[in-house]
Design a binder for this molecule. Structure first.
Ligand code: BEZ
Length: 211
């Protein structure tokens, strides 16, 4: 069955370009991003991994570990990394999991047979420090992902895990937040000393509490 938000992220041991990992142990207390790509030596994937390598510091700053996966073998990953580094002007600086027997792809339901029966789709899972799935997005092979959007979502996930706020459409770090409906007005005054702007009783904003 497909993984749903709040489910425990399946644990596994697998070879990667940075040595074997046991996923939960490797994550430790960090947040995690696990993302699949359809195949090595393909153009869109090449740009995706290069983009992520250049943004890796942003993920590390947020205490997030990233790992890629495809059903290609480790030797292919190593050879392809050289191409990524050469063509994208980067150094691939995160593990790429080799999953030729599709163990991990099956655990995470990354093969969608009606799209392609051999290769993984572009799945993204964000996993919290409690090892639970916090976000899951699936893109088709033809559409490269926006990794800046993943950082934006991580900012929201990390903020809303600590404060009783939610983030509105197109929110980005530093913007006003929405006070969650369960918070009563009287309580809000204490929880959000920077103030509250009420547009409707159910739509109340406050400056970002941790800024
Ligand atoms: C790509 O990464 O370029 C790609 C992979 C599989 C199908 C189509 C494109």
């Amino acid at each position: 069955m497909a993984l749903r938000l709040g489910d425990l992220a399946p644990d596994f041991t697998a070879p990667t370009t940075e040595g074997p990992i046991t996923f939960h142990q490797w994550l430790g207390d960090s947040w995690g991003v696990l993302f699949s790509h359809p195949a090595d030596y393909t153009p869109v994937c090449t740009t995706e991994l290069g983009t992520l390598a250049k943004l890796k510091g942003e993920f590390t700053q947020r205490n997030v570990k990233v790992a890629a996966i495809s059903v290609d073998p480790l030797e292919a990953h190593h050879g392809w990394c050289q191409d990524i580094n050469e063509t994208q002007g980067c150094t691939v600086n995160f593990p790429i999991i080799a999953d030729p027997d599709r163990t991990v792809a099956s655990l995470y339901d990354m093969i969608h047979p009606n799209a392609d029966d051999k290769f993984t789709v572009r799945s993204v899972f964000i996993i919290g420090p409690d090892k639970k799935i916090k976000l899951s997005i699936t893109y088709p092979a033809s559409t490269g992902r926006n990794f800046v959007e993943l950082l934006r979502v991580l900012d929201s996930l990390q903020l809303t895990a600590k404060f009783r706020v939610a983030t509105p459409a197109d929110w980005k770090d530093g913007d006003d937040c929405i006070i969650t409906p369960a918070v009563k007005d009287a309580e809000a005054a204490t929880l959000f000393p920077k103030g509250m702007r009420t547009v409707k009783p159910y739509l109340r904003y406050t400056p970002q509490p941790n800024r």
